[in-house]
Design a binder for this molecule. Structure first.
Ligand code: ZN
Length: 244
């Protein structure tokens, strides 16, 4: 059983298609939210997700579109994209976002959420202190998260209480150990912020108990020109080239 983990697509159809062309022999997909926001193809991306065997969580951008998250939490460019997206969405795609859940259970003690178990929509797990708090407060073996757009893994060693962080901005590999617990971010499909502009995704192999994170290139210039032609803020196009 292999699960494809995708997150933070952000209306980037070129990145999503590159990932789906690359990802092989997947039994099921899990989408960790932020299907829309920032990019120019919100309807396409939602319809692509609907067409997959995919369980999907909502992210802060998805829920801002539906009014479940206050738009004042967002910066100018993000707000502009949320307002633009809400004008573009077909009714059935709006309803799809409206019905997204906040958490998925993949198997015993393995969960997925957009931000963090404490605050599914808004909290970022960016440092060992935050990760340490989450490991101590919540009972889980693995939490898959998105939201930060940074591919990487916090691991907690139960033998010595030590927390490590592995950066997966160039891809990576986790072999799930008996004595460790994990918070894993498989990175962002449509707007990576870890310095690598290539789209990021993961594969969780339940048979071998491994998680692989991969990066794949996509036609960024096409995505950028669509964002600019849509009248979205220019910064949303420019940042894609830098992966920031
Ligand atoms: Zn996001």
């Amino acid at each position: 059983m292999k699960i494809g983990i995708i997150s933070d697509i952000h209306s980037n159809s070129e990145a999503l298609n590159s990932v789906l062309e690359n990802i092989k022999e997947i039994d099921e997909f899990i989408c960790l939210g932020d299907i829309v926001g920032y990019g120019a193809d919100p309807n396409y991306c939602i319809e692509k997700i609907k067409g997959l065997n995919c369980r999907c969580i909502g992210g802060n951008h998805d829920f801002a579109i539906t009014g479940k998250v206050n738009i004042n939490y967002f910066n100018y460019a993000a707000r502009a994209a949320i307002l633009w997206t809400s004008l573009q969405l077909k009714k059935e795609n709006f309803n799809f976002l409206l019905n997204l859940r906040k958490k998925i259970k993949l198997k015993d003690n393995v969960f997925a959420v957009h931000g963090s178990p404490q605050d599914p929509l808004l909290e970022y797990i960016l440092d060992k202190d935050t990760a340490s708090f989450i490991f101590s407060k919540y009972d889980f073996k693995i939490y898959f998260i998105g939201h930060s757009h940074l591919a990487g893994c916090f691991s907690f060693n139960e033998d010595n209480n030590k927390i490590d962080y592995n950066n997966f901005s160039n891809g990576g590999y986790v072999e799930i150990s008996k004595n460790k617990r994990y918070i894993i971010n498989c990175g962002s499909v449509g707007q990576p912020r870890d310095g690598n502009p290539r789209a990021s995704y993961g594969i969780y192999d339940l048979k071998y108990n491994t998680v692989n994170i991969y990066r794949v290139s996509y036609p960024i210039n096409l995505t950028k020109s669509k964002i600019i032609n849509a009248g979205l803020p220019r910064s949303l196009a420019d940042r894609l080239s830098y992966g920031r």
